[in-house]
Design a protein around this ligand. Structure first.
Ligand code: ZN
Length: 198
């Protein structure tokens, strides 16, 4: 599966899994794990061990919950694109995940250096949803929500947070939509010329 990581935020990249080239990106539990690995939400060891430690029924439940969370976040994105705040129902769903998956601080030694690290108390597949919820929570607190954008190339619906210096980013990516738009404009100009001299 071709996941898009163009959103500049984990929760936005997660929202973008609903469609990529007209395809649902999360059709199986494995898809969710593959996305989480690429998104940096879980490590390779976790990706390999989770399918063995989580029952089939539980895998289906987690995939269903993931998609439900995504629907909630799609709604939140629409509200923010309209200049509104996320609805109380969105906030309570996110708060529910944060409450169910608290973090603790632990000292760890890496390469002889101590560092304090924040870790989820319960790791596991639900931790993926908690990580997405955490990212959304930081976004609501820290981000300039007016810079949440949707790609201008119709019908592309990919979302991104515009961190470009002059905030003039228009497309999900130059490779996907920027180029197509430029090529289309170029063709349109050429055919105008052709008609003008016909
Ligand atoms: Zn696009």
């Amino acid at each position: 599966m071709d996941f898009q990581f163009i959103g500049n935020s984990v929760w936005i990249d997660f929202v973008n899994t609903r469609v990529s080239h007209d395809e649902e990106c999360l059709t199986t539990f494995e898809d969710l794990l593959a996305w989480a690995l690429e998104a940096g939400v879980i490590d390779l060891g976790t990706k390999r061990s989770l399918p063995k430690s989580v029952s089939r029924t539980e895998q289906k439940r987690i995939l269903r919950d993931a998609r439900a969370l995504r629907t909630t976040l799609v709604g939140a994105a629409k509200q923010m694109l309209d200049g509104a705040r996320p609805r109380p129902s969105t906030i309570s769903r996110v708060n529910g995940l944060l409450r169910d998956h608290p973090r603790i601080i632990q000292l760890r030694k890496r390469s002889g250096e101590w560092s304090s690290q924040s870790e989820l108390v319960s790791s596991g597949a639900d931790g993926i949803l908690a990580a997405i919820a955490e990212d959304f929570a930081s976004f609501v607190v820290e981000a300039e929500t007016s810079l949440l954008r949707v790609c201008q190339k119709d019908p592309c619906e990919l979302l991104f947070y515009d961190t470009s210096r002059n905030h003039a980013r228009r497309w999900c990516s130059m490779q996907i939509c920027g180029n197509r738009t430029k090529v289309a404009r170029h063709r349109a100009r050429q055919s105008e010329h052709a008609e003008a001299y016909a």
